[in-house]
Design a protein around this ligand. Structure first.
Ligand SMILES: *[C@@H]1O[C@H](CO)[C@@H](O)[C@H](O)[C@H]1NC(C)=O
Ligand SMILES: *[C@@H]1O[C@H](CO)[C@@H](O)[C@H](O)[C@H]1NC(C)=O
Ligand SMILES: *[C@@H]1O[C@H](CO)[C@@H](O)[C@H](O)[C@H]1NC(C)=O
Ligand SMILES: *[C@@H]1O[C@H](CO)[C@@H](O)[C@H](O)[C@H]1NC(C)=O
Ligand SMILES: *[C@@H]1O[C@H](CO)[C@@H](O)[C@H](O)[C@H]1NC(C)=O
Ligand SMILES: *[C@@H]1O[C@H](CO)[C@@H](O)[C@H](O)[C@H]1NC(C)=O
Ligand SMILES: *[C@@H]1O[C@H](CO)[C@@H](O)[C@H](O)[C@H]1NC(C)=O
Ligand SMILES: *[C@@H]1O[C@H](CO)[C@@H](O)[C@H](O)[C@H]1NC(C)=O
Length: 531
């Protein structure tokens, strides 16, 4: 039984499949005009062939061969490829076909005549149109199944617009359309045929959209270069504010992989507000982190504007704020480094003052038992230039060192015992002194520079501590004018420059430098030795 049904079904499908007929369905309101148009057959090259219209309504009828009187009686008009039904009635519903000659394939039409404004009819004959606020708008009356322009004896009588619920006819043109112009418009096309008006009506559903603007915008707040510094465990809200101009545009939050939930029982969710202000829609989507976790820091969050015009997006990532402990550690390190740098700078600048201060404070009574009788041997030598210290300066130097600073000095003209050979006496003096201070003098009071050469070897051998006083002139001309021995000694010793009057005050840098290079004065030996 089943097999038989199956066989029949297969037979039926194969039968219909043998001759597939594509049928064009046309809806028409009762009493209105409709025109069917026979398409060109691409398979046939016979352009001159006659178009044959056949009606399969009540009975099969060849409409093409009918006289014009018979056609008029039936309320149809055949002209070439067009079949015009002047005023559709129930009698007109059914199938129609057209073919080129008797050889070409047939085209099929099914005319559905709707007696009332049925839902099906409204659905099929309502045409949408969109206009934008503050822009000009021309309503388009559809040209569907209208008679061909060149159909003889049919002339068009214009289009009349009506708005649903309004009695007065409307112009189909708006110079500037507004939102409240939206709604259903009916256009009636009228055609004059043998002094009779035949009508076709269409419904246009006009939608008014806010003017399309390109100036969409998206802003995140708070925002700082796409990175927001947050504390773990904090509650953070990021607002994504988008300005757009279409009702269809939406803003979403994504967490890289998927859309963020809008359910506020999730630890991360978003909610939004939407305001429409004269066509400018402002949507704020707030991404809420109830309790920022490590996982949230590893993701990037994108606020995406899905738009009919230009979609766009902005992305933000969360970063952990520097914790207070690591911040204070960093500050501590910086502070220590600053202290070190300041200390180094100060020590270099004030090394002499510090050394002298320490010496004065802690070393006033310390004595080294090195067996020496003097702190320094002031040895004058003849300066080749006239730039040496004069008699007064030399006296000043001696007295200040001894009386003001308490050094015990060995002076050639005072402490060297007469009767000895000069070199021997000088070497004795050097032996007894911790330092040798070489003083250039203009009138030579001492053993003379010749002696220097004689004792040079001895000085070097004993590694005697040398302080070399020079004047500004000798400093400048030092390399050339000084005796060779002196130059060699100058390299091993410390140099202190006597600047004349400016070096006189006891607080001058000359005294500081000189005292710095001299060892601490040995008070005890001074008391013991000085007469
Ligand atoms: C029109 O043709 C279809 C097949 O295409 C058929 O089902 C229908 O019955 C026909 N209608 C009339 C009124 O002949
Ligand atoms: C087609 O029409 C022509 C005349 O127009 C006729 O001679 C021919 O026999 C017809 N062919 C068929 C298959 O009906
Ligand atoms: C068109 O009208 C003219 C006269 O006005 C008439 O002679 C002719 O037959 C008409 N044509 C059709 C196709 O009805
Ligand atoms: C077409 O409309 C006009 C006016 O709108 C009316 O006078 C005329 O009778 C209508 N024609 C038909 C066939 O209904
Ligand atoms: C945030 O989460 C952490 C761990 O997930 C938890 O210990 C803490 O109590 C939470 N804080 C709040 C305010 O819910
Ligand atoms: C939100 O999520 C919770 C838990 O997943 C669920 O129980 C609840 O039904 C959701 N609420 C809504 C409005 O979807
Ligand atoms: C979104 O959620 C947050 C946190 O629950 C709340 O403070 C805010 O008012 C909500 N916003 C809207 C527009 O619902
Ligand atoms: C964001 O926009 C850029 C272009 O501006 C696009 O390449 C990218 O795929 C978008 N990202 C997301 C997540 O939509």
């Amino acid at each position: 039984m089943m097999e038989k049904i199956l066989m029949i079904l297969i037979l039926l499908t194969s039968l219909t499949g043998v001759c597939p007929r594509r049928t064009t369905e046309t809806y028409v309101k009762a009493g209105e005009m409709v025109a069917l148009y026979c398409p060109h057959d691409r398979g046939s090259s016979r352009g001159d062939a006659k178009v044959i219209w056949t009606s399969y309504t009540t009975q099969e009828m060849d409409l093409t061969d009918m006289s014009s009187a018979e056609q008029r009686q039936m309320g149809v008009l055949v002209h070439g490829r067009s079949l015009v039904i002047l005023s559709a009635s129930v009698n007109h519903r059914g199938n129609y076909s057209c073919s080129l000659g008797n050889a070409s394939s047939q085209f099929w039409f099914r005319l559905i005549v709707c007696t009332t404004q049925s839902r099906e009819y409204l659905k099929r004959t309502q045409y949408p149109q969109i206009c934008y606020t503050q822009e000009a708008c021309t309503l388009n009356c559809p040209e569907v199944n209208v008679p061909a322009v060149n159909t003889p004896n049919i002339t068009t009588n214009g289009i009349i617009w009506h708005k649903e619920g309004e009695s007065l006819p409307k112009d189909g043109y708006f110079s500037s359309v507004e939102v409240n112009d939206h709604g259903e418009y009916t256009c009636t096309r009228s055609y004059l045929y043998s002094r009779q008006l035949y009508n076709m009506t269409f419904t246009v559903l006009l939608k008014i959209k806010p003017k399309e603007k390109s100036g969409q915008s998206m802003i995140l707040s708070p925002r700082k270069n796409g990175v927001l510094n947050v504390d773990l465990g904090a509650t953070v809200v990021i607002d994504c504010v988008a300005v757009m101009y279409s009702d269809f545009d939406e803003v979403f939050w994504f967490d890289g992989k998927s859309e963020v939930k809008m359910n506020n029982s999730f630890p991360v969710f978003y909610n939004y507000t939407r305001e429409n202000n004269a066509g400018e829609i402002k949507m704020m989507a707030s991404l809420v982190f109830k309790n920022v976790s490590e996982e949230d820091l590893s993701k990037s969050y994108t606020c995406r504007l899905e738009s009919v015009s230009v979609p766009s997006n902005v992305t933000i990532t969360l970063a952990q704020k520097a914790s207070p402990s690591s911040l204070s550690l960093a500050l501590g390190i910086v502070a220590v480094m600053v202290v070190i740098v300041v200390t180094v700078v100060v020590s270099v600048k004030l090394k002499m003052d510090i050394a002298l201060f320490l010496r004065g404070t802690f070393c006033c009574c310390c004595s080294t038992s090195d067996g020496k009788s003097y702190d320094a041997f002031l040895m004058c030598y003849k300066s080749d230039t006239d730039a040496g210290l004069n008699e007064d300066d030399r006296k000043c130097l001696e007295s200040v060192l001894e009386e003001r600073f308490g050094y015990s000095l060995c002076l050639y003209d005072r402490d060297v015992l007469p009767g000895k050979a000069a070199a021997e006496a000088v070497l004795d003096c050097i032996e007894q002194s911790r330092t040798v201070v070489l003083v250039p003098t203009s009138p030579d009071p001492g053993p003379g520079s010749g002696l220097l050469s004689a004792i040079h070897a001895a000085l070097v051998e004993r590694q005697t501590r040398l302080v070399f006083i020079q004047t500004e002139t000798t400093e400048a001309s030092r390399s050339g004018s000084l005796p060779e021995a002196l130059q060699l000694l100058g390299k091993t010793g410390h140099c202190v420059t006597w600047k004349g009057v400016s070096s006189m005050p006891h607080s001058s840098s000359f005294w500081k430098q000189l005292r710095y290079h001299l060892p601490a004065p040995q008070q005890a030996s001074k008391i013991k030795l000085l007469p």
